[in-house]
Design a protein around this ligand. Structure first.
Ligand SMILES: [Zn+2]
Ligand SMILES: [Zn+2]
Length: 181
């Protein structure tokens, strides 16, 4: 089981505040996370738990973007203590045998433990600097930098090209395009 892929759950949650307005949004988030099999068990408790986790993950990504590695690790350790891993194999809802990282029963338990273990795996395997927030204002969406040269600065191609256009315009305005530099 490749835990690093679970870190995408953390990114998806941080970048989907609109999905946490109600249960309909949460069901959409579930589809987007690739785990629709768990949709039948969603409740208000899941919504509250995921809202709380989103706030904490946002603070964690902000600390990472600020280069505060110690704070990132402290926040992750606190989350790991609160959401311990208890691996179990399940075939609920007619699905094939698959691993649950915890047998908490609630969708949010699975999601939270997956997201937290995924981030812990990225941080210890690749480095804290692999977590970031998009640097094309005013975006600030979270991303994982899995590039080989740690060069990622934007959440998407769209934000990267928007930032490039803005930089080009700024240079042009300053007359630096004509000066040959
Ligand atoms: Zn399951
Ligand atoms: Zn962006």
């Amino acid at each position: 089981m490749d835990l690093t892929t679970y870190a995408e759950l953390a990114v998806l949650l941080v970048n989907s505040p609109d999905r946490l307005a109600g249960l309909a949004g949460l069901r959409a988030l579930l589809e987007e996370s690739g785990r629709p099999g768990h949709a039948s068990r969603l409740g208000r408790d899941d919504l509250d738990a995921l809202r709380e986790l989103r706030e904490e993950l946002l603070a964690l990504f902000e600390a990472a973007a600020d280069g505060d590695e110690r704070q990132v690790v402290d926040r992750l350790n606190a989350l790991l203590r609160r959401h311990p891993v208890h691996p179990q194999i399940s075939d609920h809802d007619g699905e094939a045998w698959h691993m649950h990282l915890t047998e908490g029963g609630r969708f949010s338990d699975q999601y939270i433990v997956g997201a937290v273990m995924g981030l812990a795996s990225i941080v210890t395997g690749l480095g804290v600097d692999r977590l970031g927030l998009c640097q094309a204002p005013p975006c600030r969406r979270a991303y994982l930098d899995t590039s080989s040269n740690r060069s990622r600065r934007y959440c998407s191609e769209r934000c990267a090209s928007r930032a490039n256009v803005a930089a080009y315009r700024a240079r042009k305005k300053n007359g630096r395009l004509d000066s040959g530099r």
